[in-house]
Design a protein around this ligand. Structure first.
Ligand code: ATP
Ligand code: ZN
Length: 288
């Protein structure tokens, strides 16, 4: 293998995806601490080079092989419609592209959008959605501050990114319907060389291990032996729980892994079944 091969990774220069992308790379053991103010940075301990770019440009640069891979929102991937492969959802940058209209106006549902004008930075995604829903509305493309469009008379409704909804709320808009759900995703070029594919697979392997670890917790607890069956049923673990006898007769220590999603529910049931001294420990990496 050519030792000079470097995976070129595009990351948003400034904005909401920047921290999440760099933190994920760091948790993958890739050290890019040597300055994020530059346009490109070489990782110290992995054959990888980061290019800091505007997020809107990332799909095109990846398509054209200026970068091999990139961190970008699914919303941008959908709108730019470039020839790239989405490799892995990354679990951060979550938001939705939604239709919204003035709170006290006459647009109460998406059917009321017929014959109206909608302002958006996502004309392609929106036109696909309107076609699918058989709604005939005009699209006014604007590149920013979409939320003020109804107030200045530019449009009757908007289609924009929402996460908490506070921007809609402060602009007296109500959400009508979600057009697209989005999170950050790792995209790659379609024709990577074999050497670059090997590097991308290594990176993906690490990303998956970090994601799994973030979604799971290690749990240790003490259980009376007669309750072990009930407790083990609550804890499927990676294979099955580890059970070690305690020095105290009739008691065991149980170790397992539980998912973040039903975490509190399981903890309550463990307690109800006689578990004591429950410890929950974060997992750094998880490979299964
Ligand atoms: P750039 O100057 O790089 O073009 P931008 O204004 O497009 O910046 P940001 O506002 O930083 O970019 O958003 C980048 C991405 O973050 C969005 O494309 C989306 O995937 C994601 N995101 C998550 N939550 C939100 C939100 N509430 N509003 C906007 N984007 C969000
Ligand atoms: Zn952008």
């Amino acid at each position: 293998m050519d030792n000079n091969v470097n995976l070129k990774v595009a990351v948003q220069k400034k904005g909401r995806l920047c921290d999440g992308s760099l933190t994920l790379l760091k948790e993958c053991g890739i050290d890019v601490s040597n300055g994020t103010n530059q346009l490109r940075v070489q990782a110290a301990n992995f054959p990888l080079e980061i290019f800091f770019l505007r997020d809107d440009d990332i799909p095109e640069y990846v398509q054209d092989a200026v970068a091999d891979t990139g961190f970008v929102g699914e919303n941008v991937v959908a709108e730019k419609n470039k020839e790239v492969i989405s490799r892995e959802k990354l679990g951060f940058g979550k938001c939705r592209l939604s239709l919204a209209a003035p709170k006290n106006g006459n647009i109460k549902s998406i059917a009321d959008l017929n014959g109206k004008k909608i302002a958006t930075s996502y004309p392609l995604v929106l036109s696909g959605f309107l076609k699918e829903k058989k709604i005939n509305a005009a699209i006014q493309e604007i590149s920013g501050s979409v939320e003020i469009a109804p107030r200045i008379g530019l449009a009757d409704a908007i289609c924009d990114l929402v996460s908490s909804g506070s921007t809609l709320f402060s602009n007296e808009l109500t959400e009508l319907e979600t057009v697209l759900k989005s999170e950050a995703v790792l995209i790659s070029n379609k024709n990577l060389s074999a050497e670059k594919q090997v590097l991308l697979d290594k990176l993906l392997f690490r990303i998956r291990a970090v994601k799994k670890a973030r979604n799971n917790k290690y749990v240790l607890l003490n259980a009376p032996n007669e309750k072990l069956d009930a407790i083990c049923n609550l804890l499927p673990g990676m294979k099955s729980p580890t059970i070690l006898p305690l020095a105290e007769q009739g008691w065991s220590s149980v170790h397992s892994v539980i998912s973040e999603t039903d975490f509190w529910n399981i903890i309550e049931q463990l307690k109800a079944n006689g578990a004591q001294g429950i410890l929950i420990i974060p997992i750094e990496k998880m490979i299964i």
